[in-house]
Design a protein around this ligand. Structure first.
Ligand SMILES: [Zn+2]
Length: 147
């Protein structure tokens, strides 16, 4: 596993998430996995779009960020939202999606950042491991309260 240098961090512009990246200060930590901006940087395969439209791959730093909100309020508008919209890292976002697919949960359901904290096992500059059993228990508990 590769660790970025301070220069790698300072020179990283956020790539496709440059607006979100720039909006977060150096003290930000992901509300799901509690990793810092520096710690969410991961050495990975990136894509470069050439002028002829074809894509080439190369290795580089990536720190994906996602706006995360309670999708259930979109169709269940009479209910209070379970958590406020926030920004989470790509690994927490991926974990939320992976759990929903694996456990075949309602795609409109979103785990709150606090709930994600309980079932991800984060590593700096790497991918999360997921504890699906804890995730399923949280979902069962939460869906009992929601109905
Ligand atoms: Zn995270």
């Amino acid at each position: 596993m590769k660790t970025p240098s301070l220069n790698d961090y300072l020179n990283y512009n956020g790539a496709h998430c440059f607006r979100l990246w720039a909006s977060l200060d150096n003290n930000w930590v992901c509300p799901g996995c509690k990793r810092s901006k520096f710690q969410i940087m991961r050495w990975t395969t990136r894509f470069y779009q050439k002028s002829d439209g074809t894509r080439e791959t190369y290795k580089g730093w990536m720190a994906g960020l996602h706006g995360h909100h309670d999708h259930s309020v979109d169709y269940r508008s009479s209910q209070p939202r379970r958590f406020l919209e926030t920004i989470i890292c790509d690994q927490c976002n991926a974990a939320d999606g992976a759990v929903k697919r694996k456990l075949k949960l309602d795609s409109n359901f979103s785990f709150s950042p606090f709930e994600i904290t309980q079932f991800v096992i984060p590593t700096p500059h790497s991918k999360h491991k997921i504890n699906y059993e804890i995730a399923e228990n949280i979902y069962r508990y939460v869906s009992t309260i929601m109905h």
